[in-house]
Write a protein that binds this ligand. Structure first.
Ligand code: MN
Length: 658
């Protein structure tokens, strides 16, 4: 790699780029680092050049690449910020300063240091996301050259990378960098394990390569039949992901058959579903392993269809299906989006909204005194399904995913909830059932004349808010009954009356809720354990009793600690509240067999924004095929709509539930 090489690459994707500026940055860095060497013995300038090249490969803008060249000048040389500003202007000077700030870690305890590091990094992000991209490139090149450091340093850098940088790359959707950071860090943190996995992979390399080749041929033939052009690749999985799987499943690598993943890249979304249809017709899909991130993208913008099938030679095959565009986003994440913005010069509102959670999180973190608290709040956003929204004053509120303005209103104050007449999100009026997204600024309109509506119980997402609204109605009913009774009864007896009422009302409250055991709906008896007496909203777990069905405990209940009972006695359960939930329904289909049948069916179902959990079809002879879909439906009318759509598909004979 050389500066000429970099200039050539940039010219390829960005013909009007200011190459002179790049050359100038290179020469500036070269003279600043003159005479300095890396631990490897190489001239220091090789490092910024490699960092710049990583940024070039992400197709970033010129200023980011300039910053890649200059990123170590402030820390390691006599250059000061003013020099950079004079030579390259304020914007570039700020970027370089941002990257340097991340590196300046105060002398603190390990955890504090980590948090401090994150804080600075994120502070920088708030100003300019490019700072983080340069820092990720810097870290990537440093772990690529980790072999030259001593063991202690290696472990420290690797640890920090897994803790901070890989999750950040993941959060920004840059899969390519995330995987490489993880594999390299793992190699230095657990060298024995790493090389053991490598060695075992090598032993079976030839056999696996033949397998991939043959499976690919079959897939290619199948896709030719339905006239679809797609790129098929079979690649070994990343070492770190194999390690995680081995750890989670507690099996040996010789028992792991899905050591490689197949990827099919198509031209259009329609083709994705067609390919899926073809695969599920060819091979039997494994239940619950089908995920449609095309219909429902991940929060880091990732889109793909995932499925696992009992594939060629009866072996488990994991397959990802996506378009070229989705593939670019999966590999480059936020970077892919960023260059798009640069080229079009359009302020991309969607993009800004997507990263605004990060900005706003940083604004609040100065008010949090305890760094641990900040770490916690960050973990939530990096790894879970919560949304962060803002009050008009900029206060952050966290809510579960899919929460609505009703949830938000009650979270602020019960009275605000009760008197809510409408909501504005980012200054626009939205319906009360609007699903809040991270970064939304929410304001609630109230009126003293307003009263809660029973519909709100359906609209609210959080159990706490549902029960608060329910409570309002209950109280009014109780107050009314109370008045009636007061008229009839002696005041001295009244107290004991109240007692009975309270117990009664609690059981009524709980009756409105029932328990769902995923996959066993309605098949098993459940009852509430008396020891911990769970009420709706509590975190709960089911315990399989002998012959008495399943007892429902709070997860915090002392009677069911895992050391007392074997793990297999526990089962996941959740609260279920009337019509707000979705139900899993299987739909059977009989049709005349033809090419692309399942694909067409999936396509019409996709059009109804329905989540499909399973889909397959098989040829049953006499020119006929049967198919089965397992879908999540909201209610009967939703189901009817899907059935009607499937019936309209050419060659479908009959569609029925079950
Ligand atoms: Mn560096």
């Amino acid at each position: 790699m050389s500066i000429e090489n970099i200039l050539k690459k940039v010219k390829d994707y960005y013909p009007s780029a200011d190459l002179k500026l790049l050359k100038k940055a290179y020469l500036f860095a070269e003279s600043a680092h003159k005479g300095m060497k890396r631990v490897s013995g190489d001239p220091f300038i090789t490092h910024p050049v490699c960092v710049a090249e990583i940024l070039v490969d992400l197709h970033l803008d010129i200023h980011s690449i300039v910053c890649g060249f200059l990123h170590d000048t402030l820390e390691d040389t006599n250059i000061i910020n003013k020099d950079i500003e004079d030579a390259f202007g304020t914007e570039i000077a700020e970027l370089v300063e941002g990257v340097s700030n991340i590196r300046k870690i105060a002398n603190k305890s390990r955890e504090e240091r980590k948090i401090e590091n994150l804080r600075k990094m994120l502070l920088a992000t708030a100003k300019d996301i490019r700072v983080v991209l340069v820092k990720l490139a810097d870290r990537l090149h440093n772990v690529r050259t980790l072999e030259y450091l001593n063991k202690e340093r290696q472990k420290k850098v690797a640890h920090e990378t897994l803790d901070i940088y890989a999750p950040l790359a993941h959060r920004l959707g840059i899969g390519r960098i995330k995987w490489e950071l993880e594999d390299l860090s793992f190699r230095y943190m657990e060298p024995e394990l790493y090389y053991k996995i490598c060695e075992q992979l090598n032993q079976t390399l030839e056999e696996r390569e033949t397998y991939i080749l043959n499976a690919k041929k079959i897939l290619e033939k199948e896709l030719r039949k339905i006239n679809i052009k797609a790129e098929i690749t079979g690649r070994p999985k990343y070492i770190y992901s194999i390690y995680q799987k081995l750890k989670a499943q507690k099996i040996g690598i010789d028992k792991m058959y899905d050591l490689q993943a197949f990827r099919i890249i198509t031209n259009t979304i329609r083709d994705c579903y067609a390919v899926l249809g073809a695969i599920h017709t060819l091979w039997k899909p494994i239940p619950h392993r089908f995920k449609d991130f095309v219909a429902v993208p991940k929060s880091n913008m990732y889109q793909s269809i995932h499925t696992s099938v009992v594939g060629y030679q009866g072996r488990l095959m994991e397959i990802q299906i996506r378009t070229h565009e989705m593939h670019k986003i999966a590999e480059e994440g936020i970077a892919a989006h960023w260059i798009y913005k640069e080229k079009s010069k359009v302020i991309d509102e969607e993009f800004n909204r997507k990263i605004s959670w990060l900005r706003n999180l940083i604004e609040i973190q100065d008010t949090l005194k305890d760094p641990k608290e900040f770490m916690e709040s960050l973990k939530i956003e990096l790894f879970s399904d919560e949304v962060f929204v803002f009050t008009p004053k900029g206060e952050v509120k966290s809510l579960p995913k899919d929460s609505t303005p009703i949830d938000f209103a009650y979270l602020i104050h019960t009275d605000i909830g009760h008197s809510c007449i409408g909501a504005k999100v980012n200054d626009r009026i939205v319906p009360l059932k609007y699903k809040l997204k991270s970064g939304d600024i929410v304001s609630i309109m109230t009126s003293s004349k307003q009263k809660p509506s029973r519909d709100w119980i359906k609209i609210a997402k959080t159990t706490k808010v549902k029960s608060r609204i329910g409570h309002w109605f209950k109280e009014r009913e109780l107050a009314f009954e109370e008045k009636q009774k007061e008229k009839e009864r002696d005041i001295s007896v009244r107290k004991d009356v109240i007692k009975e009422k309270t117990t009664g009302s609690e059981s009524i409250k709980r009756e409105k809720f029932s328990i769902i055991i995923p996959g066993m709906e309605g098949e098993v008896e459940t009852y509430f354990a008396k020891c911990c007496n769970p009420i709706p909203g509590d975190k709960i777990v089911g315990y399989i009793t002998q012959g008495r069905g399943i007892s429902i405990h709070r997860t915090s209940c002392n009677n069911i600690t895992p050391d007392k009972f074997p793990e297999e006695h526990f089962i996941k359960v959740r609260w279920f509240k009337g019509r707000d939930n979705t139900f899993e329904v299987s739909i059977s289909i009989v049709a005349f067999n033809r090419e692309g049948l399942l694909a067409d069916i999936l396509n019409v179902v996709h059009g109804t924004s329905t989540i499909v959990n399973e889909a397959y079809a098989k040829f049953v002879g006499k020119g006929q095929a049967t198919g089965k879909l397992v879908v999540l439906i909201k209610d009967v009318s939703h189901l009817k709509e899907i059935v009607k759509k499937i019936e309209s598909v050419n060659s479908v004979i009959k569609v029925y539930r079950g």
